[in-house]
Design a protein around this ligand. Structure first.
Ligand code: ADP
Length: 271
């Protein structure tokens, strides 16, 4: 608790002149920790009442009750909204968990091809209404070291977003392939696209391009914030290319030291 956190920057000006700036950011860090703890606690506490509400709503058989018609509507809306809130709380918890885990704990090898195969099945059932053309191109031998659940949530968020934000009948391509020594993942759609000034802010929590539309699509506005965190813990960054009305491409590459079978100087140790 007596720890002091310092941040430093070295600026060069002129040929041999340097400026060293040291800043005490202990208080900023402490405040950030309080905020993180608060979010984690609140989401945890919200879970129980939500589960109870959802449970009761699910067993209420409004159709067979001698009740005015408005009750049916009310029941549907309440059920929908508790589901939305449940998704939100789940994602807040995921985000808190990732933020709180200061130490990166790599599992053994992550079988990404198998994982993507399961996500493809999920995507197919999610895609029933939208009737997109889904195409998965997966290198069957490309595996990486990493955190299984975190990587799953990154892949899954990007795939579901492409399905959600592409109008019916669109084309979505998911690729997992080796590129030089790296592992490249990309999801490309020909959907609604995103204007440049929004692209910059997409990975902020709760940032949404179109509030009304996202709400109806059941989004929480936390998906890409989670992806960003997961990737930074895997030494990677999310790249977004998008053009309004033409489509978007979300991609990232995992560095050689995480790719199984690539020899590098800094291979992380497996447990
Ligand atoms: P949400 O839960 O709202 O989908 P995300 O953090 O996953 O939250 O995404 C943030 C916003 O980015 C979305 O609300 C949407 O406006 C935009 N977005 C994400 N993916 C796409 C995509 N493939 N095409 C167009 N817009 C997208």
């Amino acid at each position: 608790s007596d720890e002091v956190t310092l941040e430093y920057r070295v600026l060069q000006y002129g040929e041999k002149q340097y400026l060293l700036i040291i800043r005490d950011i202990t208080q900023i860090k402490q405040l950030e920790q309080i905020r993180k703890d608060f979010v984690a606690n609140v989401s945890h506490e919200l879970r129980t009442p939500l589960t109870v509400l959802q449970g009761y709503l699910e067993v209420m058989d409004v159709d067979n009750m001698p009740a005015p018609p408005i009750w049916q509507k009310a029941h549907t809306v309440m059920l929908e909204q508790t589901k939305r809130m449940d998704a939100l709380v789940q994602q807040l918890l995921t985000l808190s968990r990732i933020e709180a885990a200061a130490k990166v704990q790599f599992d053994a090898v992550v079988d990404v091809p198998a994982m993507l195969h399961l996500l493809e099945q999920e995507a197919i059932s999610l895609n029933r209404e939208k009737q997109h053309q889904l195409q998965f191109q997966v290198d069957p031998n490309l595996r990486v070291t990493g955190m299984t659940e975190e990587l799953r949530s990154a892949f899954s968020n990007l795939i579901t977003n492409a399905i959600k934000y592409t109008p019916p009948g669109g084309e979505i391509q998911v690729c997992w392939q080796r590129q030089h020594q790296k592992a490249l993942f990309s999801v490309t759609d020909n959907g609604e696209g995103i204007a440049p000034h929004h692209v910059k802010r997409l990975t902020e929590r709760f940032y949404r391009v179109d509030e009304a539309r996202t709400r109806s699509s059941g989004g929480t506005g936390l998906g890409l914030a989670i992806v960003k965190h997961v990737l930074s813990r895997h030494h990677s960054k999310l790249m977004i290319f998008s053009e309004p009305k033409r489509g978007s491409s979300f991609s990232f590459s995992l560095p050689p030291e995480l790719v199984v079978g690539v020899q590098t100087l800094h291979q992380p140790k497996l447990p």
